[in-house]
Design a protein around this ligand. Structure first.
Ligand code: SAH
Length: 242
């Protein structure tokens, strides 16, 4: 293999899959956003680590490609899953002119799964994953997707719910969901999943409008059936309680 694109899971090494571990061990070059490479700690000792800041995704993938072309085995590491708002697509794109390079995408536990586990069981039924980042997607399209998901009574996992430049996006998203859903819909906020400082909070959709969240947070919006059981967020699948 020339390039592995690895989903590391939420952070803690306990959530790294055995396949991801094997791929990292088999690589001599590790490429990724600084924080994620740091999280790998001892696993990457003695390997060449190429870290780039956030937002330099194209350069990061091109560096990985060039290292692979020079004969190295390269791991591009992403948080969560590599194919969910990760580098897997971009690595394939920048290697399009190099069919001689082999690429393996190693799946990881995405924040929707790890965050849902912290909250209890909010995603037991149909759900939608929507990113509120309009860096690569026009806001109008994000609005349409939010509107459709709310119309369909989907549970929703919101990625990239906020950033310094987008402080009011969560509020704007809630206002769109409130066109179709009542204020009483049960919601959850999970921060730093699988990392030091992990915390969660439950609230209603009406209350969520007023919450300040950061980029290390994933937000969950329940459907009409979602309820709170012993401070956990649960979407019944339809089984009857006896
Ligand atoms: N590839 C990643 C997603 C990258 S987009 C994955 O599959 O999980 C970045 C967004 O993912 C963050 O803004 C946040 O909404 C979510 N996220 C990723 N890791 C997280 C974590 N450890 N805790 C909380 N949210 C996380």
């Amino acid at each position: 293999m020339n390039i592995y694109v690895i989903g590391m899971g939420p952070g803690d090494a306990a959530y790294l899959t055995p396949r991801a571990l094997e791929a990292i061990q088999a690589s001599d070059v590790i490429v990724g956003y600084g924080l994620y490479v740091e999280l790998l700690g001892e696993l990457v000792q003695g390997k060449e680590c190429i870290t780039t800041p956030m937002r330099q995704e194209i350069q990061r993938c091109e560096m990985a490609r060039d290292k692979a072309l020079a004969g190295h085995t390269v791991s591009v590491v992403c948080s969560g899953d590599a194919g969910i708002y990760g580098m897997a697509g971009l690595v394939h794109q920048v290697c399009e002119g190099h069919p001689e390079l082999t690429i393996e995408v190693v799946p990881g536990i995405t924040a929707a799964c790890s965050g849902a586990a912290v909250l209890g069981a909010p995603l037991t039924h149909d759900f939608a994953v929507i990113s509120l980042s309009d860096l690569l997607t026009p806001w109008e399209k994000i609005e349409t997707r939010l509107d459709c998901a709310a119309q369909g009574d989907f549970c929703i996992a919101l990625y990239n719910p906020s950033s310094k430049k987008r402080a009011d996006y969560l509020k704007r998203a809630c206002d769109i969901l409130l066109r179709h859903q009542p204020e009483t819909i049960a919601c959850g906020i999970v921060r730093q999943i699988g990392r030091e400082g992990q915390e969660y909070e439950l609230c209603t959709l009406g209350e969520l409008r007023e919450k300040q969240v950061d980029m290390f947070t994933t937000v969950f919006i329940g459907n009409s059936q979602t309820r709170v059981i012993h401070n956990k967020l649960v979407t019944p699948r339809g089984y009857e309680n006896k």
